[in-house]
Design a protein around this ligand. Structure first.
Ligand SMILES: Nc1ncnc2c1ncn2[C@@H]1O[C@H](COP(=O)(O)OP(=O)(O)OP(=O)(O)O)[C@@H](O)[C@H]1O
Ligand SMILES: [Mg+2]
Length: 223
């Protein structure tokens, strides 16, 4: 199990929330519902995703998810390359401007997929991500937890390269996310992803509540 990232503080401005979980866990649904709720309260919100939150990232996403076999270390580097560009050109500028950034997948997906599921060393995969982003860590990581078989049943569209992996692979992904959350409970919110979407979004908002007043004040001061 990896130790908590005690040496890495979340950004001083803005609010950075990562939504993590297996394929079909409900990450995009939650990012959307939480964005709507926060925007309804007048907050500036940037919703983005990895891989593919930038033009460069869209090209990397295509290679990673819709191309041919990619060797595990190349896969890890491509995800890290996407993250480096995304952090530098989208996430950090938005946070510096005081925005709430809701990111559909982030660093923990690399540890869960390339570490826990593919078998690369977890600490190296996480270090690669920290190097890529110059130490960017979320204020809160929401893990949407669902068993692999239920998640498959939810996924409607044609499966991508990673979704085509075995149930066993996806159970290792799930265990990878849960291990990260267990090691650092203060920075995680683990939710049973079979609960109704609106209830889940309420739980995320409740977890963010203590920080929202400061974010709103910063945004008010900046506008
Ligand atoms: N809490 C929930 N309960 C039941 N169904 C849900 C829930 N959340 C999302 N869904 C449904 O499950 C499917 C997958 O949801 P969503 O696209 O949000 O997952 P995802 O984690 O973003 O998936 P992917 O990894 O493929 O991007 C969608 O059809 C969505 O409507
Ligand atoms: Mg999604």
């Amino acid at each position: 199990m990896l130790p908590p990232l005690t040496a890495h503080a979340p950004p001083a401005r803005g609010l950075f929330v990562a939504f993590e979980g297996g394929d079909g866990a409900g990450k995009s649904t939650q990012a959307r519902l939480v964005a709507q709720a926060l925007q309804g309260r007048g907050l500036r919100v940037v919703t983005t995703r990895e891989p593919g939150g930038t033009t460069v990232g869209a090209a990397i996403r295509e290679v990673l998810l819709h191309g041919e076999h990619v060797a595990p270390r190349a896969e890890a580097l491509l995800f890290a390359a996407d993250r480096a560009h995304h952090a530098a050109t989208v996430v950090r500028p938005a946070l510096a401007a005081g925005a709430v950034v809701l990111c559909d997948r982030f660093m923990d997906s690399s540890v869960a997929y390339q570490g826990a599921a593919r078998g690369l060393a977890h600490a190296e995969v996480r270090q690669l991500s920290l190097w890529a982003t110059e130490g960017l860590v979320p204020h809160l990581t929401v893990v949407l937890d669902v068993d692999a078989a239920s998640a498959v049943a939810r996924r409607g569209k044609e499966p991508d390269r990673l979704e085509r992996e075995s149930l066993d692979f996806h159970e290792r992904v799930r265990a990878g996310f849960l291990a990260l959350a267990e090691a650092d409970p203060g920075r995680y919110l683990v939710l049973e992803a079979t609960r109704p979407p609106r209830q889940l979004a309420e739980a995320v908002l409740a977890a963010l509540e203590p920080q929202l007043a400061q974010v709103a004040a910063d945004q008010g001061a900046a506008s």
